[in-house]
Every structure is written in C-alpha cells, then in structure tokens.
Write a protein that binds this ligand. Structure first.
Ligand code: AMP
Length: 550
C-alpha cells in the first residue's frame, strides 16, 4: 500500500465525527491494506511496534523538529518549526505546512525528489532507525527521518510526524481497531478481544482474523516470552467485597514493582508496562531458574527486603528496577525478592479462564518456594479480613488486596474483581468507656473495647474495637484499665472515661445500634493517645461531618 493512500485514509478517518462510521472507515482500510495489514493496524494507532514489544523509536520532539527543518530547506530552522508548533498547536499540521522534496543529503536516496513511499518502506526505515545505537545514532536517526520527510507530500508529512511522535489524533482508539477488525473480516468482537488480550499485537490479530477467521483467533494462545497486560485493581472496601462475592480472597498488598515472569528456555521478566527488565534483576532470574521447572508465566511483585526478609520501602525497589548500569553493585546494596500472586500459564496450559483459586493452586504447584508465593486466605469473615489487614500493615506491607475467588484473569482490565482496600482515610480519637472480658486464652484480659466520642458533657458510643491489638498489648491495656473499672456485670465492664484510643476505620455508617446514631465500620486499634484526655477526644459533631463527606 502506498503511504500516500494511508495518509488520505487517515485524513478521512480524522474528519469523521461518528464512532461507528470511524470503525467502518478503518474496517475498509484494513480490507484494502493487503500484505501491509499488520503494519497498517499498528500505524493507525500511532505504533510501529506491537504493544508487547518494548522497542521504541526514541524520537523526541527536538529530533523530529530538526528533521522537518532540514527537509523544509535552508531558510527553516528547528526553532522556526517549534515556533510554528506553538502557534498551530499540533505537529501534523506543522509538518504539512512545508514544501518538502527539494533537499539532498545522505537520507534523501540521492534523488532529492518524491518517489512514492510505501507503507512497507516507512515501516522498514523506522525499524532500522529504532535499532540504531551508540555513538552517532542520533545523526543516523536524523538522517533517516530527514530522508523520509524529504519524500513526503503534505498529507504524508502530517501522518509521518504524528506517527513518529506517537500522536495520531485521528480518533482511532483500541476499541475502534478491535471493532474494525471484527467488521472487516466478519468475526465476533469477543474473539478479537480475547486474541488481543493473549497476544497484545493488533497487527497479528488483524492478519489472523483475515487469514484464518474465528477459528484462528480462538486458537491464539499466550506465548512464553511475549508479555500480556497486567490485570489491575480498583479501590474498594471490605464491605464492597463481602456484598459482591460469596467469599473473599485476601492477600497481602506488596509495596514493590509489578512483574510478569516468563519461564521458557530462558527466564524473562517484564514490567507492568511490558518493558523487558530481566537484566536489572539477576537474582530473581536465578531464583526462578532454581525453583520453577516447567514453562510458566507468573504474575507478581518484586519487593526490596532487608536481611531478615522484612519489606523495605518501594523507593528501594526503584533503585533496582530498569537499571542498566552497575547492576552488580546495586545488587549488593538493595536485596530484592519475588512475591508471586498469580499464574497465567503452567506447563503448556493457559490459565486465564480458570478461577483465581485454581490459578493460585497451580502457582503453588509450579513455584517450589513457599516464601515466594503470596498466601491466599479465602473467607467470609469480616473480622478475619480486618485482622489480616492489620497484620499486613504491621509487617510493613502496603495493605491488602481483596479478590473474587471465582474471577478469571482479565489482562489490562481495572475491573471489580480485584480491589485494593482503601487505607483508612483518617483516624478518630475515641474515649474508651468500657470493655468485655475476652474468651478462652484471653479470658483474663479485656477483649473488646467500647469506644465513644464526646457529645457535650456526655459520651456517645460509636463502636467496639477488638482488632489490631496483640496479646502483649492486651495485657498492657488490661493493666492500664483496671484502675478505671467502675462497674462489672457478666463479661461487661464499664470504665471511667479516662483513656483515649486512636482508632482507624473503613467508613462511618448511620446505625441504630449505638446511642450516637453512627457506627464505625471495621474499627481498628492504632494507639493509646497518652497525650490526650477525654476532653481532647473527637466529638460527635466531627463524626457527623466525616460521615456526610463520605
Ligand atoms: P495500585 O498500584 O495502587 O493501583 O495497586 C495495584 C498494584 O498493587 C498492582 O498493579 C500490583 O503491582 C500491586 N500488588 C501488590 N500486591 C498485590 C497482590 N497480592 N495482588 C495484586 N496486585 C498486587
């Protein structure tokens, strides 16, 4: 296909305001593209490489402006191009405003004139340009780009400038390309969608749809070494999770960097953006080589740890991630480890459509190291979830993830099946007005504390807190409260209002249970506020305000 034809089609597509019509125009373009279909399917999205390929053109605005200026003639400088960009606001229009074709130079193929660029040629040139490395590569890039611009008509120059800067602006998003492939080759959108998820390559999917139809698309598999988009999480609460699912799978939320580990003939590690970060993480590679024996794709997090294996802050991981130089020196300074929480492929089987619990079972089976596999607690018990959250925070992790145990793996989706539990927004300072004796092992200790906020001269109860306290702390708290006991009846004890707790919570609900009319959802002991007396505790008015703001 001529590059000029693609440029004309791109103009028509840009001029079409309706989404449906846009998809139809793109579909017509795909049918017309012939052998260049894969390239065209990428170019319309401003891509030269498939999404799973982290190769970049590495052409910044300055280089592009310089190439345009050079092709535009002696009296145009890169500054002029920039000034024009500031005036017009868009590089395509700027590139289209010059008359190219008169310049000669290394990249102008000796002819100095226009001689019908093809899509294939532009693709080849840009790929060669991306491969240029080392000293002199900037000059090579500038020359190649100048050579291409020099052969462009205004419409082609507009397309080329936008393509190399990845700013297509023709209104063709991923959904449009998906719908266009389905329309052009008469295949179901769902098959296209699934094929895109497993391959991350619009070009390959378009070709497969055309050449082998639905059967071909449905037969597309994950490929070890070709990363897929990571499944993402939404913010959510324990209440959301318990309301939505029969059971909740709870996991530690690690504060590290997301990785997808592909174990084939060799181990490759990809970042959340599908960038290959293998060389930066040699000990993860070594670990996986030692502990995984079958072809596998793992999803997880790389965390920085101290000598005891306790988590270190996220910033430490960043010192290692993507590092290209001095990897060995930094390996000494910052120790990293893998925490795997999902398994997308194991021993020849794609697992995307399996439920989370089955994938986790496979993960445990393929990764022979208990420490590196994130524990999955499946429960319906809110208290247990809250306790897990506190334990995770206490151990220095970011919090917890709540996952639907039945859910399949949806690459690239920020769906409702994975929830990152919102951290407590604020804490409340509450007066402790009573307690209940514990049970069993804790019978000699106070178990649950009644907490209240001030209401004028009185106290209004807002909940009971039992979570977040260790056995040792409970013993100390029992000693602390014993002098304040006013009354006891059964297991219930009333205290003189003296001690103030700082309490975390997930939300404030209106509730008839307590005198205040409010109840803290999932209250969590944070600390004794030794510096505060009951008069300094939070008021019912503040609780009302916080509740109204939720
Ligand atoms: P956020 O980056 O705040 O959107 O939170 C989602 C991220 O948490 C994921 O992309 C992962 O990198 C990270 N994460 C940490 N632990 C887990 C886990 N157990 N399951 C899923 N994601 C996790």
């Amino acid at each position: 296909m001529e590059f000029a034809t693609l440029a004309d089609r791109a103009d028509e597509i840009e001029a079409e305001p309706a989404d449906l019509e846009t998809a139809s125009l793109v579909a017509a373009l795909f049918t017309e593209a012939g052998p260049q279909l894969a390239t065209v399917a990428r170019f319309v999205q401003g891509r030269v490489f498939p999404a799973h390929d982290s190769t970049t053109l590495d052409i910044g605005p300055a280089l592009c402006h310089a190439a345009i200026a050079k092709a535009a003639g002696h009296n145009v400088t890169p500054d002029d191009v920039e000034a024009e960009l500031a005036r017009v606001g868009e590089i395509g229009a700027v590139a289209a405003s010059y008359e190219f074709g008169g310049q000669t130079g290394l990249g102008s193929f000796g002819s100095g004139g226009r001689d019908g660029l093809t899509v294939a040629e532009v693709d080849d040139e840009l790929r060669a340009l991306a491969a240029a490395e080392g000293a002199g590569s900037e000059d090579t890039k500038l020359d190649t780009l100048f050579g291409l611009f020099n052969r462009c008509s205004p419409a082609e120059a507009k397309l080329l400038a936008r393509l190399v800067l990845g700013e297509m602006r023709i209104g063709v998003g991923e959904g449009t390309v998906r719908d266009a492939i389905a329309e052009a080759f008469e295949v179901p959108v769902a098959s296209v969608e699934r094929a895109l998820q497993v391959s991350n390559d619009y070009g390959l999917v378009a070709e497969t749809a055309r050449d082998t139809g639905t059967a071909g698309l449905d037969a597309m598999d994950l490929d070890i070494g070709r990363p897929v988009q990571a499944m993402l999480a939404q913010a959510g609460t324990v209440t959301d999770a318990l309301d939505a699912w029969e059971e909740v799978a709870v996991e530690t939320k690690y504060d590290g960097a997301r990785v997808q580990v592909h174990v084939g003939d060799e181990v490759r590690i990809f970042s959340r953006n599908m960038e290959d970060v293998t060389t930066a993480l040699p000990e993860v590679v070594e670990f996986v080589e030692e502990h995984v024996d079958v072809p596998t794709i793992l999803d997880g997090e790389v965390v920085a740890v101290d000598d005891d294996g306790a988590p270190r802050p996220f910033q430490e991981v960043l010192k290692r991630f993507r590092r290209k130089h001095e990897v060995d020196r930094m390996r000494e300074a910052v120790r990293v480890e893998l925490r795997a929480f999902d398994c997308l492929h194991a021993d020849g089987e794609d697992l995307l459509d399996e439920p989370l619990t089955a994938r986790h079972d496979r993960l445990q089976a393929v990764l022979d190291d208990e420490h590196a596999v994130s524990a999955l607690l499946v429960t319906t018990d809110a208290e247990e979830i809250a306790a897990h959250g506190t334990a995770a925070l206490d151990a220095g992790h970011e919090g917890i993830m709540l996952k639907n145990p039945e859910s399949t793996y949806s690459p690239g989706r920020r769906g409702k099946n994975w929830l990152k539990r919102k951290p407590d927004v604020e804490t409340l300072d509450c007066v402790v007005t009573g307690a209940e004796w514990g049970e069993g092992r804790r019978a000699e200790l106070f178990g649950t504390f009644r907490i209240a906020v001030t209401d004028g001269d009185d106290y209004a109860t807002v909940g009971k807190v039992a979570t977040g306290v260790t056995d040792e702390q409970l013993a100390d708290l029992t000693d602390l409260f014993e002098p304040h006991v006013r009354e006891e009846s059964g297991t219930e004890v009333t205290f003189a209002p003296e001690v103030v707790f700082e309490v975390g919570y997930e939300e404030i609900q209106s509730s008839p249970t307590y005198g205040s009319g409010y109840a803290l959802r999932f209250p969590r002991f944070v600390a004794v506020r030794e510096d505060k007396g009951p008069a300094d505790a939070d008021s019912l008015e503040r609780v009302e305000r916080l509740a109204a703001r939720q």
